[in-house]
Design a protein around this ligand. Sequence first.
Ligand SMILES: Cc1cc2nc3c(=O)[nH]c(=O)nc-3n(C[C@H](O)[C@H](O)[C@H](O)COP(=O)(O)OP(=O)(O)OC[C@H]3O[C@@H](n4cnc5c(N)ncnc54)[C@H](O)[C@@H]3O)c2cc1C
Length: 453
Amino acid sequence: MGLIADHEDIPKERQCILKGGEIKDGNYILYWMQRAQRSEFNHALEYAVDKANSLEIPLVVLFCLTEDFKDANLRHYHFMIEGLNEVKHELEDRDIILVVKHSDPVNTVVDMSKESSITVVDKAYLAHTRNWRQEITKKIDVPVIEVDTDLVIPVEETSDKEEYAARTIRPKIQNLLKKYLKPVKERNVTQSSLDLSFDCIDMEKALDSLEIDASVKPVAEGIGGSSKAKKQLDYFVKNKLEDYPECSNDPSKDGLSNMSPYLHFGQISPIYIALEVKNKGGEGVEGFLEQLIVRRELAFNFVYYNEDYENINCLPGWARETLEKHKNDEREYIYSRKELEEARTHDEYWNAAQKEMLKTGKMHGYMRMYWGKKILEWSETPEEAYHTSLYLNNKYELDGRDPNGYAGVAWCFGKHDQAWKERKIYGKVRYMNANGLKRKFDIERYVRKIEGS
Ligand SMILES: Cc1cc2nc3c(=O)[nH]c(=O)nc-3n(C[C@H](O)[C@H](O)[C@H](O)COP(=O)(O)OP(=O)(O)OC[C@H]3O[C@@H](n4cnc5c(N)ncnc54)[C@H](O)[C@@H]3O)c2cc1C
């Protein structure tokens, strides 16, 4: 049996050998679940089931809860642990154990792999989670296979380089969609792992046992998890998809899918969402899939190939030059990070957007653009604005710390965009102002909605 297996629903292009070698005579297959926190439409999980069945051994799924995950706080952990509780029960229904450990992934995966035949992991796109995988492969003694399951098309298959804009990645995606936009079927395990015994944390007490930044409170109880994601999606597809082209850019209306937090934690697959939307058909499908697939996969391409995604050096040359040229332009307003964080600016529209994020953990997509543009305008330097935007986005958005967040912030500074008419502070970077909000929709209604919530 080889390490790479070409199944129609798990094409070999999704699989990558991080460490090769002989398959060991182990007691189980280890699947280290990290990004894809779900039991359905998970190519890494199903690949691991196939391997376990062909070796006639059980499958053990491991999740490591770390306290120092980059920029994560109570709001994020709370949502994630609700989802993990569901995964645990869903896997149990499939005779698969989920071992949740309160530990650092590198040592834990290496340790648990000592009894495994091979170790499987879902693909990472951001630097710190890719580093984990690199560290593991240096220390581990068994083969390690990484499976790309959080993108419709595997990131390296779409393109082997950083793409310039949506217009350059779109045709590449369109050429490959037929091959990759397919369900992955759920396999039954032939050997249960439920009778194996491991030291695990008690999921009921998991949150309390963690020493984490608790300054940002959870948004609400009972909203995390795949079942909630599917329920929201179902509601969106039945009631809002048709109006998506008209309503998605109007923050005074509730026209979005709200899939981003679930996608961020891997609690739902983009393939599942895309297939549900396509099945329904109608007006909104094309516009929605443009966001879900083209824009989202452009963001993943960006963080995967541009190591500067957390700083202004990631911008195209024209944007860096123009921002540098206008760096010392006089600013009418300058706000500190704290004033911005506390929504204390002169602009009630901006304040409403910031408050929406503080309260709900999800600012409307259209307001995110205006929000980022104004931070650029009201900060001492573009560099400071860049770091403040990422800091606030990652701290308060439930979907923050995601490739989409890094790409969204970068877009406000010219990434994936073109040069526009030159003006103060922005230079040739696209400008947005409050009059634009007034022209496009009922911004006062949005402010009332946030103030009243
Ligand atoms: C400054 C700024 C910061 C942002 N921060 C984040 C972030 O931290 N996390 C995040 O997921 N998105 C971020 N975005 C992108 C976008 O605003 C959100 O993905 C979207 O608002 C999420 O809401 P939804 O799922 O209801 O969207 P819907 O409109 O229903 O879209 C469905 C899905 O399509 C994808 N999508 C939609 N718009 C975009 C976009 N512009 N770029 C890439 N993918 C998109 C998302 O995966 C989204 O869940 C940011 C955008 C900007 C301008």
